[in-house]
Write a protein that binds this ligand. Structure first.
Ligand code: IPD
Ligand code: CA
Length: 265
């Protein structure tokens, strides 16, 4: 049995598991599949539920004493888990809407979190085989074998800023207002439909920042670590150090962070 504190060995186990989960996910991709409402506008497909169950069972078998918070089984109030020393946080499909319509990006995201800080992150994109991974105790984050590094963009006018669209009505309005402040000042903005994958792109340097209101911990648990290890910055909307249990967050290549904070407010 692997000791979860041995992060490099634990990461190997998670990578094996996420690759298997990717095969399961692809078996549903491009097919007409059923879905269920999660209340309001939110929904999950049978693939979300199947991959969620697969990952829950695999990780529980490998790490029996570690608690799990998964998107499809999360209780309405999971605040008691915020201070867990070791907690698996799983999004079986981040980008469910894209997935359900046969478009990318979407991915599987697994984070091991200690009191709101990520110890280990793995994200897998089964359609192209890209695997993003990092552990807190090593210097870099990787896409496959390549070291990730954030962009060097310094000028706001040249930046590509990404945001996301939350499910809740009040938070939608907040994001809409933020876009109104940022969009006139930057080269372009994007809404790509998978916060976890957006953080991979930020860490890779293809986009310069990602912000959102109303995000959930499973959307950012893994990707946060890639952004930080690649030289990025993660805060809440007040500019305080980020915590994956916060709902309103900003990630950037560091260089644009202050400008973004100023513009958002
Ligand atoms: C969603 C995506 C999207 C973000 C939403 C999330 P889901 O996750 O990450 O980019 O804007 O807030 O809920 O529902 O596809 O797992
Ligand atoms: Ca999801």
């Amino acid at each position: 049995m692997t000791d979860i504190r041995n992060l490099s060995e634990t990461k190997k186990q998670v990578i094996d598991t996420v690759r298997e989960a990717g095969e399961l996910l692809l078996s549903y991709y491009g097919r007409k599949i059923s879905s269920r409402s999660k209340g309001g506008l939110d929904f999950a497909t049978v693939a979300d539920d199947a991959v969620d169950k697969f990952l829950r069972e695999k990780l529980a078998a490998k790490f029996p004493s570690t608690k799990l918070l998964t998107e499809e089984t999360a209780p309405a109030d999971y605040s008691s888990l915020k201070n867990e020393e070791n907690l698996w946080i799983i999004d079986p499909i981040d980008g469910t809407t894209n997935f359900s319509r046969g478009i990318e990006p979407f991915c599987i995201s697994i984070g091991l979190v200690s009191r709101g800080q990520t110890l280990l992150g793995v994200i897998f994109e089964p359609t192209n085989g890209n695997l993003y991974h990092a552990t807190r105790d090593t210097e870099f984050a990787y896409m496959n074998d390549d070291i990730l590094k954030v962009s060097e963009t310094q000028n706001f006018e040249e930046s590509y800023i990404v945001t996301g669209l939350p499910w809740g009505g009040k938070k939608r309005k907040e994001v809409y207002n933020y876009i109104g402040r940022i969009y006139p000042k930057v080269r372009t903005m994007g809404i790509r439909g998978s916060a976890a994958q957006d953080l991979c792109e930020l860490a890779k340097g293809t986009i310069d920042a990602f912000f959102i209101a109303g995000i959930k911990p499973w959307d950012i648990a893994a990707g946060t670590l890639f952004a930080l290890k690649a030289g990025g910055k993660f805060t809440n909307m007040k500019g305080e150090p980020g915590n994956i249990f916060e709902e309103d967050v900003i990630f950037s290549n560091s260089r644009l962070h202050e400008k973004l904070l100023d513009t958002l407010h």
